[in-house]
Design a protein around this ligand. Structure first.
Ligand code: HEM
Length: 95
């Protein structure tokens, strides 16, 4: 988790069109610019979420395990802790 770059939602929101398209799924950030034209569900549906959190639409569509594997090659980092919504916050306190 710590060895990859971390970005804020403000950083993600700058990549909001077909020239640079980032989406967030489960607090991980994906640069899908090169993938847009390859997406079996089409370009437009991803562009609707460009620069935003796409976790709920991505998961409610019910992507296959293959899709989850495929997306990892586009991961460019994680959200900074303050902007995370889905993963439990890291803690140094041991139970
Ligand atoms: C890194 C991001 C994404 C990857 C790698 C990806 C990959 C895929 C793949 C491989 C399929 C074919 C069916 C399957 O294997 O599940 C698919 C279909 C689809 N995807 Fe995505 N997807 C991504 C993001 C999104 C997002 C953000 C949405 C927004 C709702 C979306 C909506 C859809 C839809 C609606 C289909 C169905 C197309 C059909 O059955 O005609 N995808 N996607």
């Amino acid at each position: 988790m710590c060895s990859v770059p971390q970005y804020s939602m403000a950083d993600v929101s700058e990549h909001c069109d077909g020239t640079s398209c980032w989406i967030v799924v489960s607090d991980k950030i994906y640069d899908v610019t090169e993938f847009l034209s390859k997406h079996p569900g089409g370009i437009e549906i991803i562009l609707e979420h460009a620069g935003h959190d796409a976790t709920i639409p991505f998961e409610s569509k019910g992507h296959s395990n293959m899709a989850y594997t495929l997306m990892e090659q586009y991961c460019v980092g994680h959200l900074i802790e303050k902007d995370r919504r889905f993963k439990p916050k890291e803690t140094t306190t041991k139970m």
